[in-house]
Design a protein around this ligand. Structure first.
Ligand code: GTP
Ligand code: MG
Length: 331
C-alpha cells in the first residue's frame, strides 16, 4: 500500500498493545503482515512512511505499525515509533546474506529505543527458499546474543509457505499475556454462580492477598443471569480494578483484577473477557454432558482445570484459594 494508511479501527484506539515491525527495506515486513491478516500474497510496494493494522490474536487486539524500511524512514520514524511500542518485531531477509551486517546495526539501534521490558521477536524471512538450518542458527544466535534486559526470540518464517507463522502468533500472544501480568495486572477474584436442580452453586477462587476484596464490590457483584438465549458481557473499571462479568441464562461469572494505578493505561480487557466467555462455554458443554444437575465435584474438577490453564493470570507468588457452596436450596 502506498503511503501511510490510517484505518478507522486504529484511530478509535481499539487496541491492547502496540507493536512496531521494523527491518531494512525489502525484507518482507509488509508481505508477512499481509499473510498474518490472511490476505493473499500480492506484489507489495515499498512502504512509504508507516502502515498500521490491527491483528486479532486470542482476543487480544495487536496494533501493528509496519515501519517503512528505507533509510530516511529508519532515521526519522523508527526512534519515535519503536520507543512507544510494547513489543518489537524485527524482520531479517535470510536470502540476502550481504545485508545481515546492516540489519544488525539497525537492530542494535532499535534495542536502544525500545522500552526495557518490551519483548523482541526476530523473524528470519526465508521466503520460499530452502535455507539450511545451520545458516538460520547462525543468524538467530547473532541476534539472540544481544539479549540483556529484553527477551529476544528468533523464528524463521516464510510468508509464501506460511512456515512457522502460527508459532510466531502463539509466541506473541503468550509473551504479551505474560508481559501484561508483569505490568502488575493479575486476577484476584473469580466468582461463578451456577443454576442447578439443588439450587445455585457459588464458587469463589481468590488470591490470599485479596482480603475482603469483594466486600466493597457489593452490590455490584451478585448473581445475574441472562434471559432466554441472550448473553451478557460487561466490563467495568471500579476504583482502579477491572471487573468483568459474563452470563448466560444458567451461569453467571465475575472476575476482578487487583487495583492498579489509575493513570496506567489498562490493557488486556479483551483477554479478560475472553477468559469469562470461555468459562461460560465450557460450563455449557459440562451441562450437556452431565445433564442439568452439575455437582459440586464436577465443578471443582472443572475449576481446577480452568485455574491451571490460566495460571499466568494469577499472581505467581500465591496459590489461589477455593470455596464452593450452595447459595439457595430450592427444596
Ligand atoms: N528473496 C525473495 N524476495 C521476494 C520474494 N517475494 C517477494 N520478494 C521481494 O520482497 C520485497 C517485498 O517485500 P515487502 O514486504 O514489501 O518488504 P518490506 O520489508 O515491507 O519493505 P519496505 O516497505 O520497503 O520497508 C520485494 O522487493 C519483492 O521483490 C521471494 O520469494 N524471495
Ligand atoms: Mg513494507
Amino acid at each position: 500500500m502506498l503511503g501511510p494508511n490510517s484505518n478507522s479501527n486504529w484511530l478509535s484506539n481499539d487496541r491492547d498493545v502496540s507493536i512496531s515491525v521494523a527491518g531494512l527495506d525489502g525484507v518482507g515486513k509488509t508481505t508477512i503482515i499481509n499473510k498474518l491478516l490472511n490476505e493473499e500474497i500480492t506484489e507489495t510496494y515499498s512502504t512509504y512512511g508507516i502502515n498500521q493494522e490491527i491483528v486479532n490474536i486470542d482476543g487480544l487486539k495487536l496494533g501493528l505499525t509496519d515501519l517503512g524500511g528505507k533509510e530516511p524512514f529508519r532515521k526519522s520514524l523508527w526512534p519515535s515509533y519503536i520507543s512507544r511500542s510494547d513489543a518489537l518485531i524485527f524482520v531479517v531477509d535470510a536470502t540476502k546474506e550481504h545485508q545481515i551486517k546492516e540489519s544488525e546495526k539497525w537492530f542494535v539501534r532499535s534495542l536502544k529505543w525500545i522500552k526495557k521490558d518490551s519483548p523482541i521477536l526476530v523473524l528470519i524471512n526465508t521466503w520460499d527458499k530452502k535455507i539450511n538450518q545451520k545458516e538460520i542458527n547462525t543468524v538467530s544466535n547473532l541476534f539472540k546474543s544481544y539479549s540483556r534486559l529484553q527477551l529476544i526470540e528468533c523464528f524463521s518464517v516464510s510468508p509464501i509457505t506460511g512456515e512457522n507463522l502460527n508459532k510466531t502468533i502463539d509466541w506473541l500472544a503468550n509473551t504479551i499475556i505474560t508481559n501484561l501480568m508483569s505490568t502488575g495486572v493479575s486476577v484476584e477474584s473469580f466468582i461463578a454462580y451456577l443454576k442447578t436442580d439443588k439450587g445455585i452453586i457459588e464458587a469463589r477462587i481468590r488470591s490470599p492477598s485479596a482480603i475482603n476484596d469483594t466486600e466493597g464490590m457489593f452490590p455490584v457483584i451478585r448473581y445475574k443471569f441472562a434471559s432466554g438465549n441472550e448473553s451478557i458481557l460487561d466490563y467495568m473499571n471500579i476504583n482502579g480494578r477491572q471487573v468483568v462479568m459474563a452470563a448466560d441464562n444458567q451461569t453467571s461469572c465475575w472476575l476482578m483484577t487487583n487495583m492498579i494505578n489509575q493513570n496506567k493505561k489498562i490493557k488486556g480487557a479483551n483477554l479478560l473477557m475472553k477468559l469469562l466467555t470461555e468459562f461460560i462455554i465450557e460450563i455449557q458443554g459440562l451441562r450437556e454432558d452431565k445433564g442439568a444437575d452439575i455437582s459440586e465435584s464436577d465443578l471443582t474438577g472443572y475449576l481446577m482445570k480452568y485455574l491451571i490453564n490460566n495460571q499466568s493470570f494469577w499472581s505467581e507468588k500465591e496459590l489461589p484459594m477455593f470455596e464452593i457452596s450452595y447459595l439457595e436450596n430450592n427444596s
